[in-house]
Design a protein around this ligand. Structure first.
Ligand SMILES: C[S@@+](CC[C@H](N)C(=O)[O-])C[C@H]1O[C@@H](n2cnc3c(N)ncnc32)[C@H](O)[C@@H]1O
Length: 194
């Protein structure tokens, strides 16, 4: 247990250094953030079309992060970064002067079995926690092919500090790896209440 905690603390310290190297002051101390970015299909294309935004994608799987970095290089994106990180550890590493302006969560693992629902990313505690790291009026976009997870998310957003609506399209669309496999999905946009 002590070893696991020490390793977690070391990962958070490492993330702090990686975040400090992002020169986020050049982007107004705001980031556009994707949790579970996979191979970076969406964020690399989004960042190429939004050069004025500092975009950070995180994922647990190193090979996916490397794929995202390769896409970035091809596109010449200096404003997009992919980091290997678990979401809660990234939040713990966030400096006080940096805030999320937009958050993308696309096709997160649905954990369909009831006994596994506790592993779903969207939870009341998650929405309450992440808002502490958000700029006023921050937006969150959630997309899933899993109807029951979508309903779950709707219920959780409904009793949160996030005002949500269902949308048909994002302002910027790019097909992610999982969207290509799962073309029937629903999307929700949420705005942090004042
Ligand atoms: C089903 S994939 C979707 C990938 C991508 N968003 C897409 O649409 O193709 C979910 C991804 O989320 C990552 N992931 C799951 N939980 C995470 C967490 N707590 N923090 C960061 N990444 C996470 C997984 O490693 C996986 O790559």
């Amino acid at each position: 247990m002590a070893l696991a905690l020490a390793r977690r603390a070391a990962r958070v310290e490492n993330l702090k250094s990686e975040i400090a190297a992002l020169n986020y002051a050049d982007f107004g101390n705001k980031i556009t953030f994707e949790i579970g970015c996979g191979k970076g299909h969406y964020l690399s294309a989004y960042g190429a079309a939004h050069k004025g935004e500092l975009c950070v994608g995180i994922d647990l799987i190193s090979s996916r992060i490397r794929d995202g970095m390769r896409k970035n290089e091809k596109l010449g994106n200096a404003n997009v970064h992919f980091l290997k990180a678990y979401s809660s550890e990234f939040l713990d590493a966030m400096p006080a002067d940096l805030k999320f302006q937009k958050i993308f969560i696309f096709f997160p693992d649905p954990w369909p079995k009831k006994r596994h629902h506790k592993h779903r990313l969207i939870q009341p505690e998650f929405l309450a926690e992440i808002k502490k790291y958000c700029a006023p009026g921050a937006e969150m976009f959630f997309r899933t092919d899993h109807g029951e997870y979508f309903e779950w998310a709707r219920e959780i957003f409904a009793s949160s500090d996030w005002q949500f609506s269902e949308i048909d399209r994002l302002e910027f669309e790019e097909v992610s790896q999982f969207q290509r496999l799962l073309p029937n999905f629903q999307t929700l946009r949420a705005v942090l209440k004042a």
